[in-house]
Design a protein around this ligand. Structure first.
Ligand code: SAH
Ligand code: SF4
Ligand code: F3S
Length: 467
């Protein structure tokens, strides 16, 4: 199989823009302003992809709306990470038969990670005739062509051929937020953790050129972004495929030296490739948030090996302790999987003890979900469901009490926070470490940094008053 990254040329992109023009002309002829709704599931990579879909749609004359009812185009940008996520999508997709019945010219598309699974595209072909098109993440750059084919040829479109992956620069984006910008620095994943479907649906690891990333960051900052979140499944392996001598820490340092008032965040870091150089770079620049999401998945070295994670408990703990030593205020979060096939009670207890030892600010907790085609799906898994739920509940209780303890310690401190919105009459803001703070104040403060004294805390958020 060809494993080389395809770079989408300027000419190929111009062809797509020509399809945008044709679509816009089609609607002008109809004398109508068409509308489009994009529903996003899953992680920030999908959020970033949806911004590109909205970019293409806007360029094709569509107005973006917030619900499927009555929209001329509905796109479901899906996540395949767990079975539950997929069931939700199939449920919502089924419900679209009704919106389409009420609005027969509605065109429905499914894209994102689920579209990369043959079983899913086959099922849609057979059992969901109201879906007009399916395209995997590899084909997102061809969306105008797909949409035009649906409108013009009136035939269903399936762009699901598997590929190692491509990079397309210059797709227009309509960003969700002016304040906070997602910037993908790389796509795909080469790690093949045995439980995970991502490498199968998003292809091989490929990095964008540093100049392209720096330019995008510069433009976002000039347009008023105060937070830039760099995205990749494993940002720490950035640049390995470029051979230009730049690694992730170098890239961070280069972005941190751009002019302007902003903070850089990034996700996700794979512990194997998280280096002392990375932590030193984070510590060195004020513009890099002292926040690290470092998924450990399990506290047992045996389970980590079965997961193909390429680090053990001791190495993970060493890295965390180095990071904390150079960044004493570091906010540390993580992902953990409970009930991996064959996980014993003792191994689960090792996960608990790791959590207690590291003292995470918060955790994203998951029960193992077998994904067809991944090695873990065919591993022997004798632990009953109820037992896994019990372990899951215990783990959540342990973490919640740590989160409360850490949050309580904020009370009385004054922190510089970016005010990012309003929720039920209180302003919302984020600390440098990404913690949510609510406080009373005027809407005009949104988009500014404010010093806030923390006066209260719960498991999930903080409350405060403006200094
Ligand atoms: N690239 C990131 C993770 C992306 S997926 C990383 O390696 O850290 C986000 C999280 O979903 C993973 O960290 C893992 O904890 C969880 N996850 C992935 N596959 C899963 C599965 N099959 N069952 C349960 N949780 C899973
Ligand atoms: Fe999945 Fe592992 Fe890649 Fe993360 S690093 S996306 S968990 S295979
Ligand atoms: Fe889901 Fe795909 Fe992200 S599977 S978690 S949307 S990379």
């Amino acid at each position: 199989m060809n494993t080389k990254t395809t770079v989408i040329s300027e000419a190929q992109l111009q062809q797509q823009f020509a399809f945008c023009d044709k679509i816009a002309a089609f609607w002008q002829q109809e004398n109508a302003t068409p509308t489009a709704y994009v529903e996003t599931y899953g992680c920030q990579q999908n959020e970033a992809d949806s911004e590109k879909l909205r970019g293409y749609l806007t360029q094709s004359g569509y107005a973006i709306v917030n619900e499927a009812e009555g929209a001329d185009v509905v796109i479901m940008n899906t996540c395949a990470i767990r079975e539950h996520a997929e069931q939700r999508v199939f449920g919502n997709l089924g419900a679209l038969t009704h919106t389409k019945r009420r609005h027969p010219r509605q065109k429905i598309f499914l894209c994102g990670c689920m579209a990369g699974e043959t079983a899913v595209s086959d099922r849609i072909k057979k059992s969901y005739p109201h879906v007009d098109g399916v395209f995997s993440t590899h084909h997102l750059w061809q969306f105008p062509e797909i949409l035009w084919n649906v409108l013009n040829k009136k035939k269903r479109q399936f762009y699901v051929a598997d590929e190692p992956g491509s990079i397309a620069e210059g797709i227009p984006q309509v960003r969700d937020s002016k304040l906070k910008a997602w910037v993908s620095i790389m796509y795909g994943c080469n790690n093949f953790c045995t439980y995970c479907i991502v490498p199968y649906v998003r292809g091989r690891e490929r990095s964008r050129q540093p100049e392209d990333i720096l330019n995008e960051c510069r433009l976002c900052i000039e347009a008023g972004a105060k937070e830039i979140t760099l995205l990749g499944q494993n940002v720490n392996s950035y640049g390995k495929d470029l051979g230009c001598g730049m690694d992730f820490a170098d890239l961070l340092a280069a972005i941190a030296q751009l002019p302007g008032e902003f903070l850089i965040r990034f996700m996700t870091s794979h512990p194997r490739d998280a280096s002392e150089k990375l932590f030193d770079t984070m510590a060195k620049y004020d513009k890099i948030a002292k926040q690290l999401h470092l998924p450990f998945q399990s506290g047992s070295s045996r389970v980590l090996k079965a997961m193909n994670r390429h680090y053990d408990r001791e190495t993970y703990l060493k890295k965390v302790s180095y990071a904390k030593s150079v960044m004493p205020d570091l906010v540390l979060t993580s992902d953990v999987i409970v009930g991996f096939p064959g996980e014993t009670e003792e191994e689960f207890e090792e996960t608990i003890s790791l959590i207690q030892q590291v003292h995470y600010d918060s955790l994203f907790t998951f029960i193992f979900s077998p994904r067809i085609g991944t090695p873990a799906a065919s591993m022997e898994d004798p632990t009953p469901k109820e037992e896994k739920s019990r372990r899951f509940d215990r783990l959540c209780a342990v973490q919640n009490s740590i989160s409360v303890e850490i949050h309580d310690a904020y009370i009385g401190k004054t922190m510089r926070c970016l005010v990012d919105g309003m929720d039920k009459e209180l302003l919302t803001a984020r600390t440098e470490g990404g913690r949510l703070v609510r406080f009373p104040g005027s809407e005009s403060l949104i988009g500014t940094y404010q010093n806030i004294t923390i006066t209260g805390a719960t498991t999930w958020s903080l409350t405060g008053t403006q200094v």
